[in-house]
Ligand binder design. Structure first.
Ligand code: SF4
Length: 468
């Protein structure tokens, strides 16, 4: 695509993963810090600037703090577009061969593989690619500066300023609600890896990646009506509490190629929205408690279910609609409509301490101490005990839920039913005669947690097969 860039650049490289042994260097990421930011400025100079060490000055296999600041100028540009432009940084990084970019804002995580480093890829090239792709994709960007920072102190200093900007962006929609508008917005930018995923963005429901709020989406749809962000006329409100709208259902069905027929904007249990994989946090139902836990991307421990964020994320990513699991943004957790169809904050029983602190102002004061963190409990039994001691609203239902479960277990045996408490249990279809079983048998792994270090798929050698 670019003759002066030593690696290939284009959508064919999207989805490439850089695993630890292949990595030359890691920029930002969960074990370091960093961010990405797009700013609309009056006048950019079309420059690429490196602040700190370049890749060839870093030790092989090392990680370093990293920031990318993109300043854009142009007559048609407005501040509301910053969030949407910023979201494209992810895609443009992933266009580069041997470069992996995950997440967004202050959660970015970038790896560059050894092959691309050996071909000569340096920060200057990355800056040029980002600059050119922005100008090619958005003709209304007249000038574009790309500043790449690897100096740890400078990254830290700029990170604080970036966080203030993210907060201000999220605050702008606070006075606006779903009842006040006739149009919502949809985004299908993530369909490249989650083909049936459609984000529905409303004033009360910022996108799950945390990068696009209602005003960002409105500005994007206005300036690029044929782009990945589009209007959704909200139509008739079919269920106010759950957040079901006829217009949303129509558009989601069409844009998910008929896979998803109906969504409730404010429920994790009933027809939840699809999740792509970019979510900042995942809401998960805990059947024993009849309440929700929430884990964010930065949480490295185990939830009371005994599994980490990554396993939970795998349950609902890829554009699937999975009742009981929902990818959300931190900003949505601060919305007055957060999970209102399921009982809102009264139904939340566990979240990591760091996340609890971040959303403190959104949690009703009387509930704050009644919600457990990883420091209070380690298992669901401990969680049940904690909730009863603290008088959490869910505690009243814990005993009742156990009785319901016993009743339902009997039904499960009799009817081979796969629904428990309204939650669809993930099932696996196995080939007929698997493990000597007759065909037509369904195996239900209820509440099972399966961990696999690796899955190895090999073609069986016919000759060896005959010898057996
Ligand atoms: S997560 Fe949603 S809003 Fe964010 S880029 Fe992907 S599709 Fe768009």
């Amino acid at each position: 695509m670019f003759s002066d860039i030593p690696v290939s650049v284009g959508p064919m490289n999207e989805g490439e993963r850089v695993r630890g042994p292949d990595m030359y260097v890691e920029l930002a990421g969960p074990k370091s810090y960093g961010f990405e930011l797009v700013k609309v400025v009056d006048k950019a100079d079309d420059k690429v600037e490196i602040v700190g060490k370049d890749i060839d000055e870093m030790e092989e296999g090392s990680r370093t703090p990293f920031a990318i600041i993109v300043k854009v100028s142009g007559e048609k540009l407005e501040e509301d577009l910053e969030g949407v432009l910023e979201r494209r940084v992810h895609e443009f990084f992933n266009y580069m061969e041997g470069v992996m970019h995950l997440n967004q804002r202050d959660q970015v995580w970038i790896r560059i593989n050894k092959d691309s480093f050996n071909k000569g890829l340096r920060l200057e090239h990355i800056g040029k690619v980002i600059q050119r792709l922005f100008k090619a994709e958005f003709p209304f960007i007249e000038k574009c500066d790309v500043i790449l920072i690897t100096d740890p102190d400078k990254v830290k200093e700029e990170l604080e300023k970036a966080r203030e900007i993210y907060n201000k962006r999220d605050e702008r929609t606070k006075a606006l609600h779903e009842e006040d508008v006739d149009v919502f917005y949809g985004c299908i930018m993530c369909q490249s890896f989650a083909p049936t995923h459609v984000c529905v963005i409303t004033p009360d429901r910022p996108a799950l990646c945390g990068g696009i709020n209602y005003l960002d989406a409105r500005a994007a749809a206005k300036i690029d009506p044929n782009g990945p962000i589009f209007e959704i006329p909200k139509g008739e409100c079919l269920d106010e509490k759950l957040g079901v709208y006829s217009g949303v259902n129509e558009v989601v069905k069409e844009r998910s190629q008929g896979t998803v027929e109906e969504v409730a904007l404010h429920s994790a249990l009933e027809k939840p929205c699809t999740s792509c994989g970019c979510f900042e946090a995942v809401v998960f139902y805990i059947p024993e408690i009849d309440g929700f836990g929430i884990a964010h991307r930065g949480f490295k421990g185990e939830t009371p279910m005994g599994i980490p964020f990554s396993t939970l994320a795998g349950q609902c990513s890829g554009g699937k609609q999975v009742p009981g699991f929902l990818g959300v943004s931190i900003a949505y957790m601060k919305s007055s409509k957060f999970l209102q169809g399921d009982g809102g904050w009264e139904r939340v029983v566990w979240l990591p301490k760091e996340l609890k602190e971040r959303v403190k102002e959104a949690i009703p004061e009387e509930l704050y101490d009644k919600i457990a963190t990883e420091e209070d409990v380690k298992t669901t039994d401990e969680l049940a005990k904690f909730l009863k001691e603290k008088g959490h609203p869910c505690a009243e239902r814990i005993g009742a839920a156990e009785v319901e479960e016993i009743t339902e277990e009997v039904e499960v045996e009799e009817e081979m039913e796969e629904e428990v408490g309204g939650i669809e249990i993930p099932t696996m279809t196995l080939p007929g005669t698997f493990a000597g079983l007759p065909s037509g048998i369904k195996i239900v792994l209820q509440n099972a947690v399966i961990k696999a270090e690796r899955i190895i798929i090999t073609k069986e050698d016919d000759k060896k097969k005959k010898k057996r």
